[in-house]
Design a protein around this ligand. Structure first.
Ligand SMILES: [Zn+2]
Length: 390
């Protein structure tokens, strides 16, 4: 039986908001119709009336579910190299504790209106939780290896981890410019299919840029402390992004995550070399680790495609896309909610290539149905919160 809902506004995302619109879904949550008020098709139907904005479920573009047990364990605003050292030293815990934390994080994400997640993994520990979840996961199995000697084995190791996630969606991906040698990046040519999406931590800290430009800054201490050799890198005056992207196979699409210290010339560079790219913003994690936000205007001016992620509970106190949107709305009042909501829904779905099912309230999709309450017309208030309807 079709269930009908109405609210102050329906935001289908792919068409403008509909004031007092009505949406019909079947028992499986498939959208059967989006109607304007007064539509003859719905005139005699029983419609549930809700207060607020009805939107599709969110797409969380970047997360690390397997770090959920690290909530509250890492100090704030230490800068990225120190953050990485702490996570590497303290991430081990017993399997039960990790699984319990992942289940709780997964449950909360669903409750917070999240329908799909791009999730990074170093191990297969999250495979079971993901298989049982109502959330759609695309797992990016990370490769790390700054020593050129380990390049070949890292690809094989990532493939081994990927195997445990079958039949879920997966890709293998380099972790970041500062953690993967050129040799490792180059070795991916011929080893990945064209539909393998890469999701790379990019310019999360200015120290990354300093390292590649001048071989100076806090990454030198980080490598020394963690016994990682950087002899094979020569300073070349270019930012970290330009020291990474060009070595990846050219046909694969990219999600670049964080971009806190990405300059207009970096954005131009990526466009010029013709990469298919989405830029993922994780504002609360950026404030947590570096105390800074990316210059979002630069991406919008350059007409780039943005999406939104939460990052992990090691660098965030919630996995809640609405909280990320509130942070962006406060910091960048020039962008309205209607613009930002498309980053958090359809753009993320397109980047993960799941927009046939997720990211908008279009007929035939099963995108979830989420109500945002305590709003002022089409704008959020500090008290806005999410209620999952479907
Ligand atoms: Zn991350």
């Amino acid at each position: 039986m079709t269930k009908y809902y109405t609210a102050d506004y329906i935001l289908p995302i792919t068409i403008p908001p509909i004031k007092n619109g009505v949406i019909g879904l079947d028992e499986d949550g498939m959208v059967l119709g989006v109607h304007y008020p007064g539509d003859q098709q719905i005139i005699d139907k029983s419609v549930t009336k809700l207060d607020g904005l009805l939107i599709p479920g969110f797409v969380n573009g970047h997360c690390h579910l397997e770090l959920s047990h690290m909530l509250g364990k890492v100090p704030r605003e230490t800068g990225l190299p120190e953050f990485l050292t702490t996570v590497m030293a303290d991430r081990s815990a017993n399997e039960q504790a990790i699984t319990k934390a992942m289940k709780e994080a997964d449950r909360k994400m669903f409750e917070n209106g999240i329908q799909a997640v791009g999730d990074h993994a170093n191990t297969a520990i999250s495979a079971e939780v993901k298989a049982e979840s109502p959330i759609h996961y695309h797992t990016f199995v990370e490769m790390l290896g700054f020593d050129p000697e380990v390049a070949e084995q890292r690809v094989d190791q990532a493939r081994d981890v990927e195997y445990y996630f079958e039949p879920q969606r997966t890709s293998i991906t380099p972790h970041a410019a500062y953690s993967c040698s050129r040799k490792l990046l180059r070795s991916l040519s011929g080893k990945v299919d064209a539909d393998n999406i890469f999701s790379i931590h990019n310019q999360e800290s200015d120290e990354e840029n300093k390292f590649f430009r001048y071989k100076k800054g806090a990454f030198l201490d980080f490598y020394a402390k963690n016994n990682i050799s950087h002899e094979h890198v020569t300073a070349n005056g270019k930012n970290s992004l330009q020291n990474c992207v060009q070595f990846l196979p050219s046909e694969n699409s990219l999600v670049l995550v964080h971009n806190t210290f990405t300059a207009p010339k970096d954005i131009d560079y990526v466009s010029r070399i013709g990469r298919d790219v989405y830029y993922c913003l994780c504002p609360k994690a950026n404030l947590f680790i570096e105390g800074k936000l990316p210059k979002v205007q630069n991406f919008v001016l350059a007409k780039q495609r943005l999406m939104i992620g939460t990052d992990s509970l090691a660098s965030n106190d919630t996995l809640d896309i609405l909280e990320e949107i509130k942070t962006l709305c406060n910091a960048f009042p020039e962008f309205d909610f209607e613009t930002i909501i498309s980053w958090a829904t359809i753009n993320g779905a397109k980047a993960l290539r799941i927009d046939e099912t997720y990211g908008s309230l279009d007929v035939g999709k099963k995108p979830g149905l989420v109500l945002i309450k305590n709003v002022k017309a089409l704008a959020l208030t500090p008290d806005s919160f999410v209620e999952r309807i479907v």
